[in-house]
Write a protein that binds this ligand. Structure first.
Ligand code: HEC
Length: 212
């Protein structure tokens, strides 16, 4: 008997709780209740954009720290790209660094001897099927500094871009090293006559630099 009444009490309580939870309490039902110290739950809005703190364009003429002048070529403006002059005057240390970078990033295909026969190509036996041109003979011998810089930056046909591996200064060092080797590899590359400091959009011979 006692057991039956216990069961009845439990059932009544559960039923009551169930009914209470679905009861419609009118407008009060929508009240979410009180939050203790609401600032701890919801941070105050940070007016990122209206305070003009983020996503703003850099001031015109800004040069990224560590970068050179911006690259202002119009799309497919080959002539301008070819006119680019190496803005660096490389001493021995600069050329050595150019060689180091060349051996890592270019020599595997173009050959550490710049003969177009690096270990990846190996005269056609290597894993890389396309023949890379030599730099000390043939057409690349006549390429301007700007043109080689442009090839490193954007790639050429099957050769990909090396802009993400080599920053602008490193690219120019590689160019300086190649040009120096083409000139016999002795003296540091002749310093370019004062490169125009003006914005290359207006200058005749642009200082080709920052691309990415
Ligand atoms: C994975 C192999 C590979 C690597 C690494 C590579 N190249 Fe090339 N490169 C090629 C091939 C292949 C061509 C020929 C593309 C064609 O003519 O279709 C080429 C072409 C070129 C040309 C001639 C482009 C033209 O206008 O005819 C230059 C200059 C050049 N590479 C420079 C470089 C430099 C500098 C590096 C290092 C930063 C480099 N390459 C790294 C494979 C490579």
């Amino acid at each position: 008997m006692k057991r039956t009444s216990n069961i009845l009490i439990v059932a009544a309580l559960a039923g009551g709780a169930f009914l209470a939870s679905c009861g419609n309490k009118g407008p009060h039902h929508r009240n979410p209740g009180k939050i203790y110290a609401p600032d701890m739950y919801e941070s105050r809005a940070y007016e990122f954009y209206s305070a003009r703190l983020a996503s703003m364009k850099p001031v015109e003429g800004t040069v990224k720290r560590g970068a050179m002048l911006p690259y202002h070529l119009k799309a497919e403006d080959t002539a301008q790209a070819n006119l680019g002059r190496n803005p660096l005057v490389l001493d021995k240390a600069g050329l050595d660094e150019g060689k180091r970078l060349y051996d890592i990033y270019c020599g595997v295909c173009h050959g550490q001897k710049l003969d177009g026969n690096g270990p990846l190509y190996k005269g056609g036996d290597g894993p890389y099927p396309a023949a890379p041109p030599a730099f000390l003979t043939g057409k690349v011998l006549g390429y301007t500094e700007g043109r080689i810089f442009h090839v490193i930056t954007y790639g050429f046909n099957v050769m990909g871009s090396y802009a993400s591996q080599l920053d602008i200064e490193q690219r120019w060092k590689v160019v300086g090293y190649i040009k120096n080797m083409q000139n016999g590899g002795k003296a540091p590359a002749a310093p370019a006559e004062a490169a125009p400091a003006a914005d290359s959009a207006t200058a005749a011979a642009p200082v080709v630099a920052a691309a990415k």
